[in-house]
Design a protein around this ligand. Structure first.
Ligand code: GTQ
Ligand code: FE2
Length: 378
């Protein structure tokens, strides 16, 4: 069965779409409407116009203890080649009927490279971000600019930019990929093109964008300041392609020292405009103080979290998700979320909220009290 043509009634057969009517004339009307490739809205209104968002994706968590060994086996058994392009394990949300997406609008994945391997150069309309989980020695070249990658770094590969990943070292490397792929697919705007070379030429010294645009230090917005994340829409992606962990860590440490909030956070911004890093995607880093817990909130838009350091748990619509470093989890639109840690933790986040804000459909709601835990994941 095609999953691309899902309707609000996936579980029903085509026949059962016709309402069971006793009046033969009415029955005939429904039959003829259907035969003419039409649908009567009054029979499906409640599925379409829901009081609040009803994402098909469900809150879910992928453990590093599952992801990591599988990626390691893939490094041993599967070469990275032209055609397949990438050695990537996509987070596949069980609510999406087999589509390889973490949420309706977001692709999330673990990518890995073995010693001296290169993931071939290509470009595509979907934009991507990389958040490094583990390892060293890899650089991602973006339109000629080789960006070195180390744990905790964020690297951007905007839509339309040539990119390849090269491991110049002898170790394994693992990073999180986030893309707006499902969103661009929904807009029927996917274009893909392989580069004629396996590796595109590197122009000049590594990390050019960092030298040119990374100095100002204005690339992080404090999300604790009300309004800071509501940057203007910028249709241009950030010209700064690398956000270093050292700077993120420094800013979070500063924020934590300056307040007693249980959670502090920064949003990575386009240094030119203060907008999100890509037109479609926002990235943030959140530090849960030891013993801290965030206030419960729900937002429109989907989010993926990557646990960078520490351990703790999140409560998502009343279900408890325990996590530790390297785990990844998804919070679909309008799911109530809160994050807790006894030892302290750093969480990276990827969201589609720039699109919701640009279209005027972004909403968030603080919940009056911590959620009651009714269930534990896994
Ligand atoms: O590294 O270029 O996870 O093109 C999915 C598609 C990574 C990449 C993904 C991609 C890439
Ligand atoms: Fe790509």
């Amino acid at each position: 069965m095609s999953t691309a043509e899902e309707t609000p009634e996936t579980s029903e057969t085509r026949e059962s779409r016709v309402p069971q009517e006793t009046d033969p004339e009415l029955r005939a009307l429904y039959r003829d409407i259907e035969a003419a490739e039409l649908r009567p809205l009054w029979t499906i209104t409640e599925q379409l116009l829901t009081p609040t968002p009803r994402p098909r994706a469900v809150p879910w968590l992928w453990r590093s203890s599952d992801l990591r060994p599988l990626a390691e086996r893939a490094i041993r058994l599967v070469p990275v080649e032209r055609g397949g392009e990438r050695r990537v394990l996509s987070l596949t949300n069980p609510g999406l009927g087999g589509r390889p997406y973490a949420a309706g609008t977001l692709w999330g994945a673990l990518q890995c490279l073995g010693p001296r391997e290169t993931a071939p150069a290509h470009r595509h309309t979907p934009g991507a971000i990389r958040f490094v989980v583990e390892g060293e020695g890899v650089w991602t070249t973006v339109d000629g600019d080789a960006c070195d990658m180390r744990p905790g770094d964020l690297v951007l590969t905007p839509g339309g930019a040539w990119h390849d990943h090269a491991n110049g070292g002898d170790g394994h490397m693992y990073w999180f990929d986030g893309l707006d792929l499902p969103m661009i697919e929904a807009l029927d705007a996917i274009f893909f093109e392989p580069h004629p070379e396996l590796r595109q030429p590197v122009v000049g010294e590594h990390n050019r964008s960092e030298r040119e645009f990374g100095e100002a230090g204005g690339a992080l917005a404090d999300t604790m300041v009300a309004g800071a994340v509501r940057g203007p829409l910028d249709a241009e992606p950030s010209a700064l392609l690398v956000y270093r962990w050292a700077e993120t860590d420094r800013r979070l440490t500063e924020l934590a020292a300056g307040s007693d909030a249980p959670l502090v956070g920064v949003e990575f911004t386009n240094p030119r405009s203060g907008a999100s890093v890509l037109p479609t995607l926002s990235c943030g880093m959140h530090r849960v103080r030891p013993g801290g817990g965030s206030t419960p909130v729900r937002r429109t838009g989907n989010r993926i979290y990557v646990v960078f350091r520490g351990a703790g748990h999140s409560v998502l619509d009343g279900r408890r998700f325990d996590w530790t470093a390297g785990d990844m989890f998804v919070v679909p639109s309008w799911v109530a979320e809160e994050h807790h840690s006894v030892e302290g933790a750093d969480l990276f986040s990827l969201g589609d909220d720039p699109v919701l804000r640009a279209l005027g459909v972004y909403r968030e709601e603080r919940l009056p009290a911590a959620q009651e835990i009714t269930d534990v994941f896994g």
